[in-house]
Design a protein around this ligand. Structure first.
Ligand code: SF4
Length: 64
């Protein structure tokens, strides 16, 4: 599973960080996501899928 972020869309809402803190963090300014692990283990798929769903600007995508 690979994660793609559309940084033009991301506004730092942080829903993804709450859903999958193993994979996402926010930058120091709190306005853009940082991907800690852009190819996470399958065990994290449910959390990453939740992050994709929760992102209010649809900035996240999973590519299998
Ligand atoms: S939930 Fe979406 S907008 Fe918010 S930090 Fe994550 S990717 Fe960015």
């Amino acid at each position: 599973m690979d994660i793609h972020v559309d940084y033009d869309r991301c506004e730092g809402h942080g829903e993804c960080v709450i859903a999958a803190p193993e994979v996402f963090d926010l930058n120091d300014d709190g306005d853009e996501v940082i991907v800690l692990d852009d190819s996470p283990a399958e065990a994290l798929r449910r959390k990453v899928e939740a992050a994709v769903k929760l992102c209010p600007v649809a900035a996240l995508r999973i590519a299998d």
